[in-house]
Design a protein around this ligand. Sequence first.
Ligand code: FAD
Length: 430
Amino acid sequence: MPTETIDTLIVGGGQAGIALSEHLGRRKIPHLILEKNRIAEAWRSGRWDSLVANGPAWHDRFPNMEFRDFHPDDFVPKDAVADYLENYARMVGAPIRTGVEVRSAEPWLGRGGFHVETSEGAFHARRLVAATGAFQIPVIPPVLPEEAGVAQIHSYHYRNPEQLAPGAVLVVGGGSSGAQIADELNRAGRAVYLSIGPHERPPRRYRERDFVWWLGVLGLWDMAAPRPGTEHVTIAVSGAYGGQTMDFRRLAAEGVTLLGMTDRFEGGRLLFRDDLRDNIARGDESYLKLLDQADAYVERTGIALPEEPEARRPWPDPESLVHPIRALDLAGRGVRTVIWATGFRQDYSWIRADAFDERGAPLHSRGVSVVPDLYFLGLPWQSRRGSSFIWGVWHDAKYIADQIAIQNAYLAYPGSAGAGAGGQTRSVAE
Ligand SMILES: Cc1cc2nc3c(=O)[nH]c(=O)nc-3n(C[C@H](O)[C@H](O)[C@H](O)COP(=O)(O)OP(=O)(O)OC[C@H]3O[C@@H](n4cnc5c(N)ncnc54)[C@H](O)[C@@H]3O)c2cc1C
């Protein structure tokens, strides 16, 4: 099979790849997206049935298209998000080949760019963009041995309560996934245990504004990426049931038993750290801090938003917080399933280049790799807090497209375009 040549090859047809295609298209940079499954596959098959977007429709979208058939304040169901992304790809004329898996990519010595092997032949790509998603490989910590006698699944494989064996469920993880799944199972009548680590939990709405609005006007979505190695704290939010503040005391009042961080399995019992009160306190702190910042904003700007003192009235401490359980006899409590909502890792094993640190994380600056002609897109905190969200990745994509355009402009200087794929270039200033 002959080798196809292309200026920019984007790997991954999710929101990141589509956003980049829009920006490259505007700059007339020839490019192609290769997607191993379908467009926006993660939103179709990589989420549980009832998942809705975490932010309202007016906010969680690309700037150039609104959600049809939804009120701006609605939280859009996952399949409608996938449809939206598919329609968006059509609108911007994104050149996507679906069902094509990229198997390897390595710098092409003497020719420049990358030699890329796919399930449908080889490419010479002058530039390569890995837009393969940050939430790729589900991570289950090695805590529970088989002899514990419970089914274990990752949140990635959770679909609905009916899928699980009858009985109680332990959900591990107090981020958005863990909290939402625990809430859903509890509403379905299951006995639910929820193991919570350090987290932040903003109010869903305060003084008649959704928290996404508050984070916006306070400049917090634009918060710069923390230094490498800085602790990542998960955030517990939910658009489910019309959107509610993820308050763990409320969940407990509705029947969920709260637990500290899951630690280890010993003597037939699962043990938890003595950190539940600290973790809840830290969540409360983040909640109250945002209320304070919002109040200060109202005071400073004089914007007419009604006061909401009841937002500061906490739910009572539940028994599981007053006297935290440190050990659980899973069988004795009727726990038949453990759901690990413990996050994901990335897989860049297909990129054969010295582009990663010892943990396998990309070495980059705002998505521009330390390896020439290689870019990453869709990384959490790629440039700022909003980076992994639909609307945030659009801005990171714009930056990457700018960097590619700048490089191409240099190669447009007569006699410079030795690294020869594509060849169409535009001016740096565009
Ligand atoms: C449970 C959950 C809920 C979320 N909810 C929200 C939300 O409400 N709002 C929000 O803004 N964000 C949300 N996110 C975060 C983020 O927006 C999504 O994860 C989003 O899917 C990321 O888009 P992406 O394009 O970066 O990656 P993905 O959507 O994962 O797209 C990457 C694509 O690359 C393809 N691919 C991977 N490897 C290869 C290869 N070797 N060759 C070819 N193709 C390949 C995959 O098939 C995939 O389609 C959520 C994330 C999770 C896990």
